[in-house]
Design a protein around this ligand. Structure first.
Ligand code: GAF
Length: 369
């Protein structure tokens, strides 16, 4: 393959959602931070209509096809995301031709840290700039979302794309997914003597497996039963829960309704500068996802329970669930003890050894060169 054309470099981060899980597609509240890990896209336009894709992590494996031939389901793996952006832009009516796209990402894949949205967002930004499309943040996020929903086939909400494109350093992004308005809330763990520890359990996390789509379908079914456009429009949570049949559907709705309330309490605490106060809300969020939404797994529960037993102020799974990562809010002085205890607990269960890093609220997507 001839040398790739590069006209610029764009970077978009992964995210950790502080709280507000499975609320985005219910028009609810979320509170993500961007992490320092980013996907970088080296992009150049081509005049021959070819789309050529390569990734630093895919070795010599590359893709070369006509941009006009792109169709949903045509590609899988990492290549589906940059190709999906070209498809989604064209489907939205933008006159996008061929391009060379080389990807280099250090966002852990399959860890529930939004590696795929980071990839798509970096490429959307690149095309927006190179073709001067005048896309604002929400339009860009919608294109990146369409890559997942229409090209890859997972009915995600807007959390990951809005986080990657909209987060700012030192802050969490409080987003109302009903109208996609957001505010940046100071989130200073270090200033409070705390760390936000991420435990990548390395348990497989793949939203394409169907559990995610099934949860979303349940919420839509419940909203229809309750006669509201979305669960966000539930006016009286107790009455709504009582109106639903006792069973999984009621419990799933209870997760969504209580999770929205938890987000609001966490935002209040952060606005009051009380980072420590968010710990119990994180732990309650995990219990709700484990027991009501049933999206946890033994590795995530072990990470959370062990961190709490070692003195973490709060802990929960992050992202879609069914594997991936947990976060734990930990006193700086307890960090090593928590890490060691989680490692030991994983070894005792014969789980794959976990990976750890600290989540520091970082900058959103940008052009880098
Ligand atoms: C995944 C999805 F992509 C998001 O849209 C969101 O629903 C999240 O799971 C759960 O909060 O990351």
């Amino acid at each position: 393959m001839s040398e790739f054309v590069v006209e610029g470099v764009w970077a978009a981060p992964g995210r950790v959602n502080v709280i507000g899980e499975h609320t985005d597609y219910n028009n609810g509240f979320v509170l993500p931070i961007a992490i320092p890990h980013t996907a970088r896209a080296f992009v150049g336009r081509r005049t021959d209509g070819r789309l050529r894709l390569a990734s630093t992590h895919a070795g010599s494996e590359s893709v070369d096809l006509a941009a006009a031939d792109l169709a949903p389901g045509a590609l899988s793996g990492w290549a589906a995301y940059p190709a999906g952006v070209v498809w989604a832009l064209r489907a939205a009516g933008y006159d996008i031709g061929g391009a060379d796209i080389r990807i280099d990402s250090d966002v852990p894949v399959g860890a529930g840290l939004s590696s795929s949205a980071a990839l798509s967002c970096a490429v959307v930004l690149a095309f927006g700039d190179l073709y001067e499309l005048g896309l604002d943040r929400i339009e860009s996020a919608r294109i990146a979302q369409r890559v997942e929903t229409d090209f890859v086939g997972v009915p995600v909400g807007m959390l990951d794309q809005m986080a990657s494109l909209g987060c700012v350093e030192g802050h969490a992004y409080f987003l109302d997914c009903r109208d996609l308005t957001g505010t940046h809330v100071p989130f200073d763990c270090a200033g409070a003597g705390l760390r936000l520890l991420v435990v990548d359990t390395r348990a497989r996390h793949a939203l394409v497996d169907g559990g995610y789509a099934e949860r979303r379908a349940s919420c839509e079914e419940a909203a229809a039963l309750l006669g509201v456009p979305s669960l966000r429009e539930v006016a009286d949570p107790d009455a709504a829960l009582a109106a639903l049949p006792d069973g999984p559907l009621r419990r799933r709705v209870r997760h969504v309704l209580t999770e929205n309330e938890r987000v609001l309490r966490v935002v209040d605490a952060l606005r009051n500068g009380d980072v420590r106060a968010i710990g119990p809300e994180l732990t309650a969020s995990h219990a709700s996802m484990r027991d009501d939404y049933t999206i946890s797994c033994p590795e995530l529960d072990t990470a959370v329970d062990t961190a709490l037993a070692e003195g973490a102020l709060g802990a929960r799974l992050v992202g879609g669930g069914f594997g991936g990562s947990a976060i734990a809010l930990v006193d700086e002085a307890r960090c090593e003890a928590v890490t060691a205890a989680v490692e030991k607990a994983f070894a005792a269960h014969s789980f794959t050894p976990p990976r750890f890093f600290q989540a520091v609220p970082s900058a959103g997507a940008r052009r880098e060169g």
